[in-house]
Design a protein around this ligand. Structure first.
Ligand SMILES: Cc1cc2nc3c(=O)[nH]c(=O)nc-3n(C[C@H](O)[C@H](O)[C@H](O)COP(=O)(O)OP(=O)(O)OC[C@H]3O[C@@H](n4cnc5c(N)ncnc54)[C@H](O)[C@@H]3O)c2cc1C
Length: 399
């Protein structure tokens, strides 16, 4: 590795790291190095998500998610149009499948209004004009601004723009191993000095923050998101995206249907406790940390009722018949044989505030003298990324 020093060192070439780098070069920063431990883009959350640009209906207005989602959705669409990337502006519906869910449906509408997101309560007739096979719902919520993109396409376009600028160097296959004194990191290729480090390491962001003596009260716990899909010849059952009313006490959205940019109808994802931060297969991704992850899961089982609920109900969704049971609530015409296996799988790193044993529901940013840390980059961090990057650049450089 030639370059031994830089102004800004970013750890992680996921959507968070790449969009912050892009915003910084737009502000005139000319000396950025990105370290990416993998040899390719999109091998973790940024390349393994549902590809949905959320419209901003789920979040209370006091959150960072709400602050960035509406603008992030608009900016990512503009980016895709400008770069001629895949963009399906398909919208989505959220169904209340029983009277008990109406209150939560209205809460989502209220949140959308407060956050400036477009969302309309629609009747059963309008619902069936949009989604002819959806379950009857006295009232549903329609989000016209939800869209679908191809995440890896976006990552590649961003990385190409950065490299073409001549102001950013991306070192693939290069792991941040630790700090080697003040303002200096250790990598397998030697040490690099920096003026400011940005920790955008996704599932490992807590580890890196801990090395700076920060965020000791937080730990990331992995949750696996597996998907099934609707058999191709039955994909006409879903026109755009059909979601249930979620359990608003957890950060997960429930099993839903997404018409991906490739035309597949994804069903999922689940949110089951995983055994490793990169535990994508049944056994792959186990490592030295597996035991301590299991220990932390067990402690939460006893101390946190929402976690207990997730840990009890989610693992069975690994099996088709349980996914079918959930999915058919939204789509009564679905037959068991319509649900087929999918290779799509991701892991969501979920931050836990350890003293209170609570799942953290929002992004957390720590900006201290020579480093900025992005903790808990959970969904919708792909959607919000371009708007979030503006604030991160403001924090680094001043407005
Ligand atoms: C199943 C699933 C579905 C989702 N669906 C959606 C959705 O539909 N819409 C949406 O907006 N969001 C969605 N999300 C969330 C979204 O994908 C993430 O919030 C976002 O991609 C996080 O991006 P990131 O750059 O922070 O992290 P990552 O994508 O994980 O990137 C971090 C990078 O850092 C690298 N790295 C880690 N440690 C080191 C190290 N020590 N040295 C060097 N490099 C390192 C990793 O290799 C990785 O490439 C979903 C997530 C999952 C898992």
């Amino acid at each position: 590795m030639e370059q031994k020093q830089c102004q800004i060192l970013i750890v992680g070439a996921g959507i968070t790291g790449l969009t912050i780098a892009r915003e910084l070069i737009h502000r005139g920063v000319g000396d950025i190095v990105i370290l990416e431990k993998e040899n390719a883009l999109g091998l973790h959350a940024s390349g393994r998500n549902s590809g949905v640009l959320h419209a901003g209906m789920y979040y209370t207005p006091d959150t960072l998610k709400a602050k960035y989602c509406v603008d992030g959705n608009r900016m990512m669409k503009e980016f895709c149009r400008k770069k001629k990337l895949t963009l399906h502006e398909s919208g989505k519906v959220i169904l209340a499948t029983g009277p008990s869910e109406m209150e939560a449906l209205y809460e989502l509408k209220r949140r959308a209004d407060l956050c400036g997101a477009r969302a309309h309560i629609i009747d059963n007739k309008k619902l069936h004009e949009l989604e002819p096979y959806a379950a009857d719902s006295e009232e549903a919520l329609h989000s016209p601004d939800t869209a679908v993109i191809k995440p890896v396409e976006v990552l590649r376009a961003l990385a190409a723009e950065l490299v073409e600028s001549g102001k950013v160097t991306v070192h693939y296959g290069t792991t941040f191993k630790g700090l080697a004194g003040d303002n200096q990191v250790e990598t397998p290729g030697g040490t690099i000095r920096f003026e400011k480090l940005i920790n955008a390491a996704g599932a490992y962001a807590d580890h890196i923050a801990h090395q700076f003596g920060l965020a000791k009260e937080y730990e990331l716990l992995p949750f696996k998101g597996t998907y099934k899909q609707v058999a191709r010849d039955r994909s006409f059952l879903v026109r755009s995206n059909i979601y249930p009313v979620p359990d608003l006490r957890t950060p997960f959205l429930g099993v839903h249907f997404t018409r991906s940019a490739d035309g597949e109808i994804l069903v999922g994802p689940t949110a089951m406790p995983a055994f490793g931060r990169e535990n994508y297969g049944i056994l792959s991704g186990f490592g030295r940390e597996t035991f301590s992850i299991l220990l932390r899961d067990s402690i939460l089982l006893f101390t946190n009722p929402s976690f207990r609920q997730v840990a009890r109900s989610e693992p069975r969704k690994y099996f088709k018949r349980f996914v079918f049971k959930e999915a058919r609530r939204l789509l009564p015409e679905l037959k068991p044989q319509d649900i087929v296996e999918s290779e799509h799988v991701g892991v969501r790193p979920q931050l836990i505030h350890w003293p209170s044993k609570q799942l953290v529901m929002d992004f957390i940013v720590i900006n201290e003298k020579n480093s900025l840390h992005i903790l808990n980059p959970i969904s919708p961090a792909f959607t919000t990324s371009l708007a979030f990057a503006i604030d991160m650049a403001d924090q680094l450089l001043g407005k």
